[in-house]
Ligand binder design. Structure first.
Ligand code: GLU
Length: 482
């Protein structure tokens, strides 16, 4: 059974790069009928950020990537937080110590750093020199007596290490280049490479799909698997997601956290679709793919090594595509939540807004200007509005429109449009002369969505009331008043 995992460090919220990793792990697990595990790698406690685990979980839920096992989902292979697994790492390190695959090292971090600095300055060797690898028990006893704490170091034997990456194929590195590796720090915390192997092993992970940044860690991890008597899982390193225009992903470079995309009202399926396609493409050439299509089609062998760049316009476009394909109900709910506390449209207005906006918005935030224009009472006292309504023919335009719309059987967009055009013909007016007074009466502005759509959203009564008020102002102008 396929078991994949997503192993974020809770150092902040998810950005598009990590999210892409989660998406591929989830898709592959779903396609294979396997399990998707979420494990938090928080051994670096100084870097852990309060609330980040919850934020990451929220972002995963929003994208619809429910874990089968994990901190918030439970499961039989927990705990799913590394800081709660310290005892497990210690036991495994003890085992390697007992088998002579590892040894205790009494060098302090300061000494190690000083040696490395010296080596760098003299272009020397920065690897650990192995000085603790052959200590006698008397020597070790002396070091302990002098108050030194021991870390645990894994012996890396010289010789070629073979490892395999699904994207890059067979790879090798010379063990000699690595030097002996710390697996347990003197304070008992594991190093990343060791913890990840112990966890993936005990959690039965079959496919490690992660960012290319971890490719260089893989040979070390492969050694640990072998020492623990296990066969390594399959490794697949995803190309790095780059910021728009290239360069590292960061907030500044135009890559906000996932929850900010939620805030902006991106369609989660659109984002899922986008993140999937960052690394592979459908053989059909189709770009707009549903969740089910993505699951059916994801293909690890179609993942290339080139680093994809975020294309914000394409991401917005895909979000819009998913709104178009979505039932109006979903957009209606989204709009209601988004407008809460700002506007309280009637149920019919909300529905009409959703119907109209479904055809034009890419993200929910695009609805803001439309709602702000259409929903509040129009301000007819601005100088622009006054100017338009005082045009000599404004009254005629408004009267014709009001008369024709009043008689409509059904308040449909098609009929509103037809009757509006007929009113213009009847009044003998066109262009701005005709449309500007109507627009201003309905919204107070001369720009905005199509006039029939505005009326459709407002509904029969509100439209009639606004046209009537506009007419009052226009008639004032006709009399040459005030
Ligand atoms: N915690 C690691 C990271 O956030 C992931 C390690 C892994 O996937 O092996 O980069």
């Amino acid at each position: 059974m396929v078991r994949t995992r997503f192993a974020p460090s809770p150092t902040g919220s998810l950005h598009l790069g990590n999210a892409r990793t989660a998406v591929l792990n989830w898709l592959y697990a779903r396609q294979q009928g396997g399990a998707f595990i979420v494990r938090f790698e928080d051994t670096d406690l100084e870097r852990s950020v309060e609330g980040a685990e919850r934020d990451i979980q929220d972002a995963l839920e929003w994208l619809g990537l429910a874990p089968d096992e994990g901190l918030f989902a439970g499961g039989e292979h927990g705990p799913y937080r590394q800081s709660e697994r310290v005892e497990i790492y210690r036991e495994h390190a003890e085992r390697l110590l007992a088998e002579g695959r590892a040894y205790r090292c009494y060098c302090t971090p300061e000494e190690l750093e000083a040696r490395r600095t010296e080596a760098r300055a003299g272009k020397g060797d920065v690897r650990y020199d192995g000085r603790c690898s052959g200590l006698s028990s008397e020597e070790a006893g002396g070091l302990i007596a002098s108050g030194r704490l021991a870390s645990v170091r894994f012996r890396v034997e010289p010789g070629v290490i073979h490892y395999r990456d699904r994207v890059r194929g067979d790879l090798t590195v010379d063990g000699e280049q690595l030097g002996d590796q710390v697996i347990l720090r003197s304070d008992g915390r594991p190093t990343y490479n060791f913890a990840v192997v112990v966890d993936d092993l005990l959690m039965g992970v079959t496919h490690v799909i992660r960012g290319a940044g971890h490719l260089s860690n893989t040979p070390k991890q492969v050694l640990f698997y072998e020492a623990l008597g296990a066969v390594p899982p399959e490794f697949l390193h995803l190309p790095s997601v780059l910021a728009p225009g290239g360069g590292k992903l960061s907030k500044r470079a135009g890559a906000p956290g996932l929850l900010e995309y939620r805030e902006q009202g991106y369609h989660p399926e659109g984002l899922l679709n986008y993140l999937s396609l960052l690394s592979w493409s459908s053989p059909s050439g189709e770009e707009v793919l549903s969740r089910d299509q993505l699951i059916a089609e994801v293909d690890l062998d179609r993942i290339g090594a080139a680093n994809p760049e975020i294309d914000p316009e394409k991401l917005r476009w895909l979000s819009g595509q998913h709104y178009r394909h979505e039932s109006v109900d979903v957009l209606e709910r989204g709009l209601r939540d988004r407008l809460a506390g700002r506007f309280e449209p009637e149920a019919r207005q909300l529905r009409a807004l959703a119907e109209v906006l479904r055809e034009r918005i890419l993200i929910l935030a695009d609805a803001d200007p439309v709602c702000e224009l259409v929903l509040p009472e129009p301000d007819l006292s601005s100088s622009d509005a006054v100017e338009v309504l005082r045009e000599p023919k404004a009254g005629r335009a408004l009267r014709q429109v009001a008369r024709r719309w009043e008689r409509l059987q059904s308040w449909s967009r098609a009929e509103l449009k037809e009757e509006l055009a007929a009113a213009g013909r009847e009044a003998g007016l066109k262009g701005r002369q005709f449309y500007h007074p109507v627009r201003v009466a309905l919204t107070g502005a001369v720009q905005g969505p199509d006039v029939p759509d505005v009326a459709y959203i407002l509904g029969r009564e509100t439209t009639a009331a606004r046209l009537a008020l506009g007419l009052v102002a226009a008639e004032d102008g006709e009399r040459g008043g005030g």
